[in-house]
Design a protein around this ligand. Structure first.
Ligand SMILES: NC(=O)c1ccc[n+]([C@@H]2O[C@H](COP(=O)([O-])OP(=O)(O)OC[C@H]3O[C@@H](n4cnc5c(N)ncnc54)[C@H](O)[C@@H]3O)[C@@H](O)[C@H]2O)c1
Length: 282
């Protein structure tokens, strides 16, 4: 019998993370839910009958404790969902009353950017610790604000763009170790992160059901993408449909040459080639 698959889900105390945790528990995975809000974390874990760890993902030492806990409990790690996030709360554009301007509150960057990079880095290192050697799937939650302009939430948008950049950078490198890496970019999902007032006037049709996000994770982790051995997908999820977002075309031959110099190996010249690398397709 195949060993029970295992997962760490950050931001699993509510919304998208909780829905993905519920989906995996129903499939008999062992799941460790991580959330900064202790009550959410514990209630979610109790409801699903899985483990939990209260931690702030923007604190590296706390995340190390999370991964160590998962390792002690599971002895292997198959999937990490780098999903915890929050939106901007700092009034970025507000004129200051006096100069010099005080330091801005970059919490949205600390969590969505730094915290997500910590999660992805630790996922890579713990996948390498797996008994069967390197393997595992990492999916990071970006956002529509990770590819489009989102003026009211500039720090969040910058961080979510960074998540796309991170996935595009690391997917070809980790493909060679049998580690799959993707990003999902949800549209508006009715969870705690969305201020309903900001959506007033659009009606319910503006929302992407959370089940669509679960379906995207399913497709990447277990479904058609996984079965086809595909990595490095940047998937927008918008109300019933998935759209793969290729990197932009190079502006000219010079830029193409410069960026291809940064490619990680001779056999990887572009993340758009569709070529197979060590059995995993980019
Ligand atoms: N809901 C949307 O419309 C939408 C759209 C695009 C992207 N996203 C992204 O989806 C992800 C999940 O959000 P959601 O919509 O489920 O919202 P949510 O608020 O319901 O869930 C996010 C969870 O992350 C937790 N969290 C926040 N900061 C944390 C930290 N520092 N450490 C650990 N946990 C922390 C929160 O406590 C919360 O339980 C986020 O990254 C969010 O940016 C959401």
């Amino acid at each position: 019998m195949a060993p029970t698959p295992t997962a760490i889900i950050t931001g699993g105390g509510s919304g998208i993370g909780f829905a993905v945790a519920e989906f995996l528990v129903q499939k008999r995975w062992r799941v460790l839910i991580v959330d900064v809000v202790e009550s959410r974390c514990e209630q979610a874990a109790q409801k699903l009958g899985c483990s939990c760890a209260t931690a702030d993902i923007s604190d590296y030492d706390q995340q190390v404790q999370v991964f160590e806990k998962a390792w002690k409990e599971f002895g292997k790690l198959d999937f990490v969902f780098a999903n915890a996030g929050l939106t901007d709360t700092f009034p970025f554009y507000k004129p200051v009353a006096a100069y010099p301007p005080p330091r801005p509150d970059l919490k949205a960057g600390d969590v969505n950017f730094t915290g997500t990079i910590y999660t992805c880095y630790l996922a890579m290192q713990y996948f390498r610790r797996n008994p069967a050697g390197s393997s595992g799937t990492l999916i990071a939650t970006s956002s529509g604000a990770g590819v489009y302009s989102a003026p009211p939430i500039p720090v969040y948008a910058a961080a979510k763009h960074a998540v796309v950049g991170l996935v595009r950078a690391i997917a070809p490198v980790l493909a060679k170790e049998g580690i799959f890496v993707h990003a999902i970019l949800p549209g508006a999902v009715a969870t705690n992160v969305v201020d309903p007032k900001s959506m007033e006037g659009f009606g319910d049709t503006i929302y992407t059901p959370v089940g669509d996000i679960v379906n995207a994770v399913d497709a990447l982790l277990l479904g058609e993408f996984a079965k086809a051995g595909i990595t490095g997908r940047i998937i927008e999820v918008s109300r019933g449909s998935l759209h793969h977002r290729d990197q932009p075309a190079y502006c000219d031959e010079t830029m193409a040459s410069v960026m291809q110099l940064l490619a990680v190996a001779d056999e990887i010249k572009s993340t758009n080639t569709g070529d197979a690398v060590s059995g995993i397709k980019l």
